[in-house]
Design a protein around this ligand. Sequence first.
Ligand code: SF4
Length: 488
Amino acid sequence: MAGVREWRDPSEEDRGRFDPRAIFEAGLRNHHIANTAYPIAHERTWRPYRVPRVGVASTVVRAWQGIRDLGLYVHVPFCETRCSFCEYTVTRRSEHGGAEDYVAALLGELELYEDVIGTEGRLLHGLDIGGGTPSFLPAEAIARILSSVRACFRFAPGSDISIETTPKIAASDPDKLTAYRRSGIDRISMGIQVIEPDLLRVLNREENGVGVHRRAVSNVRAAGFERLNLDLMYGFSGQSLDSWRATLEHAIGLGPEYITLYRMRYKLTRISHQAAHVTLDDVRPMAALAKEVLADAGYRASPGKTTYSRIPADVGTSSYLARRVIEGMPYLGLGLGAQSFTHTTISYNDGAAGKNLAPYLKSAREGRLPIQDLYDLPAVQMMGKMCSVSFYFGEIHLAAFAAKFGVSLDTAYPEAVAFLLREGLMEVRGAVLGLTSRGVEHKNGVHALFYAPSIQRYLLERDPERAQDMTRHRRQAARTADEELVHV
Ligand code: SF4
């Protein structure tokens, strides 16, 4: 019950409010990081909320008390090659030999949660298996994971199981796809990203070209999948509108039910130095073009939503993600660097910073929860996180917010909501406060208005020209972690 939910007190930095216009402009200035990934800057803004190791287990138990409905995410951190735009938790090639131990550790982590918080009576509203590349593992490993999950949890009616693959694996190993379908997986998500050969080379994805996409999709269909999502990316330095149009048309030609668009985020990637060359004036026409081309082909999305669906009344994402976005539903993340979210806490598993297997496997050997950072957060941070994730669909569900926090959105954010309505950036549409088309163009500024004060201060003080937190090599950068909403 939201009315009796207890959050810790906010730090000094999380009290007070800033002028909405100043925050809006700071979000636009910092458009590479002010997005649905909540730019928490752990060391600066969340340090007061970090739970000392000795208190981790008891805080986890308390945080999960009373939560019946949740989603589950399983992370597989292996990829055949590393894409140069990748910001995800993926191990080095030299750690591929640890895959078998890793699966054993994952299953051990699930058992630990069964013991520590109890899984009986809890209801799963979706399972996403992401990465990395989950299909890197043998099909039997995925089947083992699924059967262990089913032994622990009941699935709610209407929930689904979704898995990610690369085109290369889907094209070359159709038996894996058939095995997935047989083991009850409903949905496949596959990264196409771009098709231009020069860009594929820069991105280190030459082996995932158009011919491979066609074979992959044909295998996905032959295996019996009726729900296929393709991920596309824009916002690369030097990516022309023509090249982007060609990518969109190619993806449409493959006939997926859903297409998800990702704007390149740069942070912590091998090509983060390119961020300075990509401005809002570069990316806005690309987003507008995508909307137009996809709409012409029958794919629909509400303003600001990044997943387009050609199936009426189907939001297009997995049920795990949809429930997170719409309701802020708690989720348990298993595996290297995985994030978990309750009503009052957010945690990151071992490997979130270093992206290496050793600490995670060590925790598994020692029989303890593999949590690297656990934060016991005040309501103002949990609200910021929920609203940021809501913008994945371009709108905040008013009743869901009120049910979760026991306060209406406009009571929690009076100046911000008034500013957004006055400026025509958002509007009330039935049950939601949604982005307008002007709001979509300025969404980085809009997102920032819902961040907690300490994070807004971080944006106000951050000079995008000089900021170091886009690069991969600093401790601060490694801890400027954020949401890995979905892998691409
Ligand atoms: S972008 Fe995806 S496929 Fe590429 S390295 Fe990262 S996790 Fe692997």
